[in-house]
Design a protein around this ligand. Structure first.
Ligand SMILES: Cc1cc2nc3c(=O)[nH]c(=O)nc-3n(C[C@H](O)[C@H](O)[C@H](O)COP(=O)(O)OP(=O)(O)OC[C@H]3O[C@@H](n4cnc5c(N)ncnc54)[C@H](O)[C@@H]3O)c2cc1C
Ligand code: FES
Length: 483
């Protein structure tokens, strides 16, 4: 479903790439990471070509809720201290604080209008257990150098306690993406849409359906990385979907994020509220209607609110909870990557853009070690991967197991046996049928029907396809039947 952001802007119309060309830097992916990285590279004097498989902002950035904050979830800094020590946590805080502070200058320098506004961020608890979580996070803030205070003011709904981080921000993510693209193009960046990168070789050649780019450096900003090797990213991250809706309700002047599982988070958007929450790994059953569940939770807090529209999106979740930003593989000095933002990509995208452009320009970054993408798998990562391989094995095994056939009268999508083959069959409300092979083009896992989005989703690493088998989200590069 289209997000509020997508509905409130015109779609972009950059041409596809139909020839062979060259550039200092080729950025693959036109989401917030790609656009910010292109800008930072150009500021350092590099010529940039940007390739986008679909339309700019059509990935996670088009479905985000766009809260720009250094507080990445309920237990961000306590988790980072446990995983990376106080120095790692404080470096993460510093990278994101710098990015947060850089936004106004970036918007001014590139003349971008995107409804940017400063706003406080409240981390709230509704239970005594939640208050204990807040106390631990407050301690972690002290150790990581993050400024926060206990809220003494009354919040717009009942809570037990809240921590406040002042001077965080919100914006319209697609006005940002489109405004940056216009400004980049004006200064000489060549942007191509409907141009999927099909292959990137060790020499910096990016192959596309009708052309290609030869570049000194290639930035893979495709959200989930599209190269499996080096780096084995499929063993480092999974993807998780979350739901958002725009509501008519009381006017808010701040952002709110609940520490309890399934607590909604809120931000203002003009005269509306955007609520988000409810999550599950991509390709898994959402357990009931997620939009209805989200609406019920917001009604418990605000009383009667009216939903204007709902949408969902997904983000990459590293098993060890730390983003992956830097050289793509151990001996790579051409290809770079930025991913794994765990639904907090707004500040991290700009931080990543600075890190990647420093690596290319100066050969180093103070954040290099913390975010090294190909780091040796810590215990957390190995444990997470092993748990997830259960999904992988089950999904691959599904290909050999018996499957029910779709009842003739039913509408929706289901995996069926047709002419002895395992097929994904979608039947719309008019009885029209659309059939694809129900096997992911990435590594062959069995696809699952996503009824909320009317897409085929892969439970293994989160690739998604439309009802015709065209790729919607990476790591898949090729559509069903094209491999
Ligand atoms: C529901 C939800 C709410 C969120 N809310 C917040 C929030 O409030 N604050 C926050 O900080 N973060 C939030 N996030 C996280 C944030 O939205 C993401 O981390 C961020 O948008 C990721 O940006 P990206 O550029 O990496 O990916 P994307 O926006 O997905 O961009 C990647 C682009 O690459 C393109 N692409 C893929 N493959 C290829 C290929 N082979 N060739 C060319 N192009 C390709 C895709 O089409 C896509 O446009 C949220 C995420 C979700 C899911
Ligand atoms: S996304 Fe990896 S097998 Fe489908």
């Amino acid at each position: 479903m289209e997000s509020y952001w997508e509905k409130s802007v015109e779609r972009t119309d950059y041409p596809p790439l139909t020839e062979k060309t060259s550039a200092d830097v080729c950025v693959i992916g036109g989401g917030i990471v790609g656009l910010c990285t292109a800008a930072r590279m150009m500021e350092k004097g590099y010529g940039v070509v940007l390739l986008e498989a679909r339309r700019l902002g059509s990935g996670a950035t088009g479905g985000t809720t766009a809260k720009i904050t250094v507080q990445h979830g309920a237990t961000c800094y306590q988790d980072l201290i446990r995983r990376k020590g106080p120095r790692g946590a404080s470096l993460h805080g510093q990278a994101n604080r710098e990015a947060l502070l850089e936004y106004p200058a970036l918007l001014r320098d590139w003349e971008v209008q995107c409804d940017y506004a400063a706003a406080p961020f409240y981390l709230y608890a509704a239970t005594e257990r939640g208050v204990e979580t807040l106390k631990r996070e407050k301690d972690a803030h002290k150790r990581a150098g993050i400024e926060s205070r206990w809220a003494e003011e009354t919040l717009p709904f009942a809570t037990k306690a809240a921590l406040v981080l002042e001077d965080q921000a919100i914006f319209h993510p697609l006005k940002f993406v489109q405004g940056m693209a216009r400004a980049l193009a004006k200064r000489g960046c060549r942007i191509y849409e409907e141009t999927r990168a099909l292959r990137i070789d060790d020499f910096g050649r990016v192959h596309t359906p009708e052309g290609g780019v030869m570049a000194s450096h290639v930035v893979i900003a495709t959200h989930y990385p599209i190269l499996d090797k080096p780096g084995m990213y499929y063993a480092r991250m999974y993807q998780e979907r979350s739901y958002a809706c725009r509501l008519e309700g009381p006017k808010l002047c701040a952002m709110y994020f609940g520490v309890e599982e399934d607590s909604p988070s809120y931000r203002p958007a003009g005269e509306w509220i955007i609520a988000s929450g409810i999550r599950h790994p991509t390709g898994k059953d959402p357990q009931g209607n997620p939009y209805q569940r989200l609406l019920e939770r917001t009604r418990q807090q605000f009383g009667r609110v009216q939903s204007m529209e709902g949408w969902s999106a997904q983000d990459c979740m590293p098993y060890d909870g730390v983003p992956l930003i830097g050289w793509y593989g151990k001996s790579d000095d051409r290809r770079l990557v930025a991913t794994g933002f765990q639904k907090w990509g707004m500040s991290q995208a700009l931080a990543a853009a600075g890190i990647l452009s420093d690596l290319v320009h100066r050969g180093k970054s103070v954040y290099e070690e913390l975010y090294r993408p190909w780091r040796v798998a810590p215990l957390d990562m190995t444990r997470g991967y092993l748990a997830h391989t259960g999904t992988l094995a089950a999904s691959l095994a599904a290909g050999w197991m018996g499957i029910p056939s779709l009842k003739p009268e039913s509408q929706g999508g289901q995996v069926v046996r047709k002419d002895g083959k395992r097929m994904g069959l979608y039947r719309n409300e008019f009885g029209e049928e659309f059939t694809i092979k129900a096997k992911c083009s990435h590594m062959g896992c069995s696809l699952k029907w996503n009824d909320a989005e009317k897409t085929w989703d892969c439970p293994c690493h989160g690739s998604r396809y439309d009802i015709h088998g065209n790729v919607l989200e990476a790591p898949a590069i090729r559509g069903i039947g094209e491999e």
